[in-house]
Design a protein around this ligand. Sequence first.
Ligand SMILES: [Fe+2]
Ligand SMILES: [Fe+2]
Length: 164
Amino acid sequence: MEGLVSNFMDADHAYLDKLWVGFLGEENNPESSSELLKRFKRHLLLHIELEDNFLFPLLNSHINMGINPGLLAMAKRDHRNIIKLLAMVEEAGLGRDIREIKAASRHLHRALEKHRLREDEIHYPVCDFFVEPEEWNSALSRIYGKRLEKDAREGNKYLEKIYG
Ligand SMILES: [Fe+2]
Ligand SMILES: [Fe+2]
């Protein structure tokens, strides 16, 4: 899907994927995987903040024709579940039981996949229709500001579509 919001959020999901795959690759090694999990968590919370505090409330206020007033509630419920599952992965990591870590990560992996599919099919394409570039850019720099600066410093190109 092409669009202002879809482009950015798809790239952001891909970035989260990269962090998550990095963690999965180290699952057998709780020592180094906990650091990778922290990086994944930091960015996931930022992504969720952008959705819960800006994007989806805006989406709800634009869809007041009774088509689907529950889009924000649905996403928030998913996010709460994802954060709960992530806490279980962290807890398993503390116990250093590799079987537990693998089982907890599988649950989170499935929840992320399902959630992302829904956002890609419904939430983001609808947002593409009405989010104005100006309000989008100001929300991004408000919520992602430090992250974007860090990307620029490190030459991370994934946001260039928006700022390039
Ligand atoms: Fe989400
Ligand atoms: Fe998302």
